[in-house]
Design a protein around this ligand. Structure first.
Ligand code: SAM
Ligand code: DTB
Ligand code: SF4
Length: 340
């Protein structure tokens, strides 16, 4: 691999804002995934530095505002009612509870607060209640994000009117592998919701999961799908499967951590201006692999002791890691008393 390949990447990058969107073939993405590791990271870091300030890591805190009892059967998910995972179903949280959690997240240095609900699709009266939660989060000066399942067009518009900044809806894997993971909805259902979110003027957060027993070509297929959304998402969470006992994927073969880094790098190269979030699974990755993910272009993490129902590195560990790496995020500044 040499200068010519790097030039190709530069060309793709320049083409992105034009009327004609860049289309990524699965083969082109696969070719990136297959690059020698040093070349891949060099290309990813080159793209990253051309579009983002160095060492700028966004901190997004998650809260499960409605937990468990979900009628879908996503094979990775501890919140499906079909699987015996020990998760206790809980009703939608009150505005007071959510406000307390959002304030704590802000105090710890988070800038985005993401509310997750284990719904297949919210009812209109659920949207009204979530609108209040969004108002509370926005009132604290935080960016708001929600992930509530499938949306109809009018529901996306209502969320936007309530002030929602981002909607998370993941494509999770390649279309060809999707039916192996969930069969209570289709890939097209996911694409339809993403289109409603985009049309309503909400920024799109859309990513996937690796380590679900998929073939490398499915990872390429996932990235191609996300990168070919027009425009591509503002946020791209890349999750490493958290293997939860009781789910069908509890015994999925773990992904090689270096292959996970590759997926992050390829997300960065194909979606230069997206926030690429190093998402679920950080507890299993260790500090060195996380550092490689940042080098590969990840510039966002979920920050807080919990994801939705499973664990995440605690905030002290994350502050220590970011400090060790010399990353001046707001969390480190808050700890040093430099931020109100
Ligand atoms: N019910 C909504 C939906 O499916 O869109 C929102 C909540 S759902 C838990 C949000 C996302 O979390 C999923 O799309 C999936 O990508 C991710 N996720 C769920 N369980 C996971 C696990 N065990 N490991 C990694 N990511 C997971
Ligand atoms: C995303 O891509 N990952 C987050 C968020 N979006 C909603 C969820 C991860 C869930 C991990 C397993 C759990 O705790 O339920
Ligand atoms: Fe339900 Fe979302 Fe979990 Fe699927 S991922 S079972 S839709 S909460």
């Amino acid at each position: 691999m040499g200068a010519n390949d790097l030039a190709t990447v530069t060309l793709h990058r320049r083409a992105a804002p034009s009327a004609e969107p860049v289309r990524w073939s699965v083969e082109a993405v696969q070719a990136l995934l297959d690059l020698p590791f040093d070349e891949l990271l060099f290309q990813a870091q080159t793209v990253h530095r051309a579009h983002w300030p160095a060492r700028d890591i966004e901190l997004a805190t998650l809260l499960s505002v409605k937990t468990g009892g979900c009628p879908e059967n996503c094979g990775y998910c501890p919140q499906s009612a079909e699987f015996d995972t020990g998760v206790q179903a809980q009703k939608l949280m009150s505005v007071e509870e959510v406000t307390r959690a959002a304030q704590a997240a802000k105090d710890a240095g988070a800038t985005r607060f993401c509310m997750g609900a284990a719904w297949r699709a919210p009812k209109d009266r659920d949207i009204e209640k979530v609108a209040e939660l969004i108002g509370a989060v926005k009132g604290l000066g935080l960016q708001s994000c929600a992930t509530l399942g499938m949306l109809e067009a009018h529901q996306a518009q209502a969320l936007r009117a309530a002030g929602l900044d981002y909607y998370n809806h993941n494509l999770d894997t390649a279309p060809e592998y999707y039916g192996d993971i969930v069969d209570t909805r289709s890939y097209q259902d996911r694409l339809d919701t993403l289109a409603h979110v985009r049309a309503a003027g909400i920024s799109v957060c859309c990513g996937g999961i690796v380590g679900m027993g998929e073939a490398p070509v499915h990872r390429a297929g996932l990235i191609a799908q996300i990168a070919n959304l027009d425009p591509y998402p503002e946020s791209v969470p890349i999750n490493s499967l958290v293997r939860v006992p009781g789910t069908p994927l509890a015994d999925a073969p773990p992904i090689d951590p270096l292959d996970f880094v590759r997926v992050i790098a390829v997300a960065r190269i194909t979606m230069p201006t997206a926030r690429v979030r190093l998402s679920a699974g950080r507890q299993q990755l260790g500090e060195a692999v996380q550092a490689l993910c940042f080098l590969a272009g990840a510039n966002s993490i979920f920050y807080g002791d919990k994801l939705l129902v499973t664990g995440n590195p605690d905030v002290e560990a994350d502050r220590a890691l970011l400090h060790k790496l010399g990353y001046a995020t707001r969390a480190v500044q808050v700890q040093a008393g430099e931020h109100p």
